[in-house]
Design a protein around this ligand. Structure first.
Ligand SMILES: C[S@@+](CC[C@H](N)C(=O)[O-])C[C@H]1O[C@@H](n2cnc3c(N)ncnc32)[C@H](O)[C@@H]1O
Length: 275
């Protein structure tokens, strides 16, 4: 288990990330001018369909200002900052990658949201929170890095209140393994894809009731087609975070989706009472 987590940490090691972000963000203005979550969207939403997918997930959950929200595998924090800015809720992010958490805190200072949005280093398999701490939890493009899905979903259930909402937006296996390297794994050793049905079954077995179930593969394919037509994204973008091979990783995800090897699942669940 530790070997696998070390492999995943390695993939998201992002050496010198905060310093590289500081340098790249100079293109958006001086350090003392606050940035908006929208200005950072090409950089800090690390999933297909970017900011639009996060907004859609929040709508499906019925997220609101009084909710306390956990973002599991929060990356460099784009979804957390966007939700706090648009809905007014408090958001806590937790991520395995120390450099990502450091970068998430830095970017949150730059958007002036440190009072409302916070980040901690930790594993989704041992969430550093007490039972029943949150009204809602998000998991966006993270599960494919996690082998022990029963434990992952039990941990998310544990930290949610009864009746709380769990939204998952993830890459699923359709027909065949993807073309590696992909954005979440440079080799198959750190990729643990399940089919949509197996994902749903594992979530329900952890104490959840299904509310929304949607195949978003076609929407992801349309987004990729549009990206290909519009050329390289404006800098700074996810290449700043993941390094110069990111375009290749993203292209392999696109190709694997287009060939029907992979799909995209959006689903929302309600936390059943713990017996
Ligand atoms: C593709 S990124 C998605 C980041 C973020 N959810 C987003 O959509 O912008 C996957 C993230 O999952 C994190 N991750 C992978 N395995 C994890 C684990 N076991 N516990 C916590 N975070 C994990 C990685 O460090 C990385 O930040």
């Amino acid at each position: 288990m530790t070997d696998v987590l070390d492999g995943v940490r390695d993939h998201y090691r992002a050496t010198g990330l905060t310093l590289r972000l500081k340098a790249a963000l100079a293109a958006l203005g001086p350090e003392d001018r606050p940035l908006t979550p929208e200005q950072l969207a090409a950089l800090d939403h690390f999933h297909t369909r970017g900011l639009a997918a996060t907004a859609e997930l929040a709508r499906l959950v019925g997220m609101s200002a009084e909710m306390s929200v956990l973002d599991v595998g929060s990356g460099i924090g784009g979804p957390a900052r966007f939700l706090a800015a648009t809905l007014g809720c408090r958001v806590t992010g937790v991520d395995l990658s120390e450099p990502f958490v450091e970068a998430a805190r830095y970017l949150t200072e730059r958007t002036g949201q440190s009072g409302q949005v916070s980040f901690q280093t930790g594993s989704a398999l041992a969430l550093p929170f007490a039972e029943g701490s949150f009204d809602a939890a998000l998991l966006q493009h993270v599960a494919m890095n996690i082998a022990d899905r029963p434990l992952l979903y039990r941990e998310i259930r544990r930290v949610l209140k009864a009746g709380g909402r769990f939204a998952t937006y993830d890459v699923v296996l359709n027909g065949a393994e993807p073309h590696y390297p992909v954005p979440w794994a440079r080799t198959p050793e750190t990729s643990f894809l399940l089919t949509a049905n197996a994902t749903g079954e594992a979530i329900e077995a952890a104490g959840f009731r299904r509310l929304v179930w949607r195949d978003d593969t076609e929407a992801a394919k349309a987004w990729i087609t549009q990206l290909r037509a519009s050329g390289p994204p404006p800098a700074p973008n996810l290449g700043t975070v993941m390094g110069p091979d990111f375009a290749q990783l993203a292209a392999n995800l696109g190709r694997s989706l287009m060939e029907g090897r992979l799909g995209i699942l959006t689903a929302v669940f309600e936390a059943a009472p713990i017996r």
